[in-house]
Design a protein around this ligand. Structure first.
Ligand code: ZN
Length: 319
């Protein structure tokens, strides 16, 4: 299907004012090659009661929202579409308070939960890895003071960042919250984020030493004395870090708890990697596309991600 998206709010409202129009759009996104029954693989269906698709071959019923972030929603789809439009077109991202105002939602909690559902669709597993020359470094996020000696800090979250070099500028990025700066935390991140054979540029921290054995070219710059700071040696990562901190403090007033930080990092990455996209509608399209490919997230899982969602490295080493 050619990329099909509204170019502005007027087009959004004209195209997606009804439940039927929204469902038809989701159907095209979910099955770009045409409907496929998940049980028998058949390609033909009857519409049943407006929202269900019944396979002609085996009688199995499904709906276009089943198994997506829209599953079991009681909110009309046009409202979801407006929320997603708003979230993708805000240059600096969306806060729950802002969404609550724009949609006239009664509760702040509802707006907050929606944004979290949408963040889960912002970075999909299995996305392609960065390649080329990549800077990698970790930093602390949250709290006001910058870094303590020994890279140990218990109040702040430790985030590892990979930034692709694009001439003097920055290409795409990846980031993840990690328990500590041990090799057991750092190496799996690089493995998931960077294509083997790429050049990974880091400082001299021992946690990065196994990179060579993992099939990367490892370019180490050792920070000696005070003449050059890490931010000069790995300028792209540190530019990303300062933008991330500003975003967390600005759009979200610094009110992001560690247990939800991963999802904010996903949102930041989603926006950053598409920052040069000429059309905001394209971000909306990409988010929609990922939303129909993302498992539903029950509210309980959103409130307590530590018990169910992403797994983090469990090593206890201290950097
Ligand atoms: Zn079937």
């Amino acid at each position: 299907m050619p990329e099909e998206y509204p170019r502005n709010l007027r087009e959004l409202e004209a195209s997606f004012s009804t439940e039927e129009a929204c469902r038809a759009y989701l159907l095209r996104l979910r099955w770009p090659e045409g409907f496929r029954c998940r049980r028998c693989g058949g390609g033909r269906y009857w519409p049943v009661r407006g929202t269900l698709l019944e396979c002609v071959g085996c009688g199995c019923q499904t709906s276009v929202t089943a198994g997506t972030i829209f599953q079991d929603t009681r909110t009309p789809l046009p409202v979801w579409f407006r929320a997603m439009w708003w979230m993708t077109t805000q240059k600096n991202g969306a806060s729950a308070l802002g969404l609550q105002r724009v949609l006239g939602l009664k509760s702040y909690e509802t707006a907050w939960a929606w944004l979290h559902k949408l963040r889960r669709a912002m970075v999909r597993p299995g996305r392609d890895r960065l390649r080329g020359r990549i800077e990698v470094d970790e930093c602390y996020v949250g709290g006001l003071e910058e870094g303590l000696p020994g890279r140990l800090n218990l109040d702040k979250a430790l985030v590892v960042i990979a930034a692709q070099e694009d001439g003097p500028g920055i290409g795409r990025i990846r980031m993840r919250q990690i328990m500590d700066a041990s090799a057991e935390s750092l190496i799996p991140f690089v493995r998931d984020s960077v294509e083997p054979g790429s050049v990974v540029h880091t400082d001299g921290w021992a946690g990065y030493l196994p990179l060579k054995a993992e099939g990367y070219e490892h370019d180490v710059t050792v920070v000696r004395g005070k003449r050059k700071t890490a931010s000069e040696l790995l300028p792209r990562v540190h530019r990303v870090v300062s933008l991330l901190k500003r975003w967390l403090l600005g759009t979200h007033q610094g009110a992001v708890s560690h247990k939800h930080l991963d999802y904010y990092l996903d949102e930041f990455t989603f926006r950053f990697n598409r920052r040069r996209s000429g059309s905001r509608g394209k971000l909306f399209y990409r988010l929609m596309q990922q939303a129909v490919a993302t498992d539903p997230a029950p509210l309980d899982q959103i409130l307590h991600p530590e018990s169910t969602a992403k797994t983090k490295p469990q090593s206890v080493g201290v950097k």
